[in-house]
Design a protein around this ligand. Structure first.
Ligand code: A3P
Length: 321
């Protein structure tokens, strides 16, 4: 209830000054809360999720680090789940940005001091950047499905560097690429460290493969057809032979493609209000949409530095170098 919400907000105000701090990407500083770097207002949202979100077994959660392919997956999950509900010619994604179609859980909790906004038709679709170890217990034990999208750490960095540059508070000095790499390597990244975030969901997926699906941005770029089919199957709504024959999968892929979405008026000029304080232009979520742009930005030294961390953190896993 409202009093309990207020207690969490009070707790947030109390602990905030005691948390380790570093210079931020967008905000003046970020704080370290339970091994995770967050901007202060986001921390409040995370605490509200931790203490007040009650998951339902039918919920579907899209989890990701910022800049890993969240926008693309929001569009794909929304369209796949609702494919019998909407017609492709008049589809909501043609007039609403992907971020309006699947709300971010931590933003939603901040926006609303009541759970009423969570009163959505089943299956409820949410997105989150919260690392696995910070998810509320009710969510982990509810058995709801989690789709996690991950992306090469070098491309996530470059994508972020551009993204944060646009959103960075005007009164702060610009952030150089070198400073950005330093921060990223130290783990100071929104919801980071990058490596811990990825490993958390990776391990959860090893433990419960039918509850946590891992998709990579790179695989999606290479073979989106296979990815969308496994997504639908994982979500319990596999494509029928008839749907495949009628080209439904192709329609979904086309609708959610970078070229299509980034050229829609809503994504060129529209603005998404995430919380009462945070509004972001939709166009910021569409830049190049390619794999390997890091090659155009990072020096050999930077690449080596990142590779060493990946080597160390991901040793024992068979992927992502
Ligand atoms: P780049 O900056 O490398 O272009 P997120 O959605 O997690 O914030 O990630 C944004 C990244 O995904 C950006 O990468 C953006 O261009 C890319 N992106 C957005 N929509 C996409 C789509 N429909 N298909 C492929 N990539 C997309």
């Amino acid at each position: 209830d409202n009093n309990e919400y207020k207690e969490t907000c009070q707790k947030y105000t109390e602990i905030l000054p005691s948390l380790p701090k570093e210079n931020g990407w967008i905000t003046k500083y970020v704080v370290k809360y339970q091994d995770t770097w967050l901007s202060p207002s986001v921390l409040q949202g995370v605490m509200l999720v931790q203490e007040h979100f009650i998951a339902q077994p039918t919920d579907i959660l899209l989890a990701s680090l910022p800049k890993s392919g969240t926008t693309w997956l929001k569009a794909l999950i929304f369209t796949t789940i609702n494919r019998k509900r909407f017609d492709f010619q008049t589809h909501p994604l043609l007039t609403s940005g992907p971020h309006a179609c699947i709300p971010s859980l931590e933003a939603l909790m901040l926006q609303n001091n009541q759970n009423s906004s969570l009163d959505l038709p089943s299956p409820r679709l949410f997105a989150t950047h919260i690392p696995h170890h910070l998810l509320p217990v009710s969510l982990k034990s509810s058995g709801c499905r989690i789709v996690y999208v991950l992306r090469n750490p070098k491309d996530v960095f470059v994508s972020s560097w551009y993204h944060m540059k646009k959103l960075r508070l005007k009164e702060l000095p610009p952030l150089s690429l070198e400073e950005g790499v330093d921060m990223y390597c130290k783990g100071v990244y929104h919801f980071g460290p990058y490596w811990d975030h990825v490993l958390g969901y990776w391990n959860a997926s090893l433990e419960s493969p039918n509850k946590v699906l891992i998709l990579t941005y790179e695989d999606m770029k290479k073979d989106i057809l296979t990815c969308v089919k496994s997504l639908a199957e994982f979500l319990g709504q596999p494509f029928s032979l008839e749907e495949e024959r009628d080209g439904v999968v192709q329609e979904i892929i086309k609708l959610c493609s970078f070229d299509n979405l980034s050229n829609l008026e809503v994504n060129k000029t529209g603005v998404q209000q995430f919380t009462p304080k945070i509004a972001i232009e939709n166009n910021v979520f569409f830049r190049k949409g390619e794999v390997g742009d890091w090659k155009n930005h990072l020096t050999d030294e930077m690449v080596e530095r990142l590779a060493q961390i990946s080597e160390m953190k991901f040793s024992g896993t068979t992927w992502l170098k």
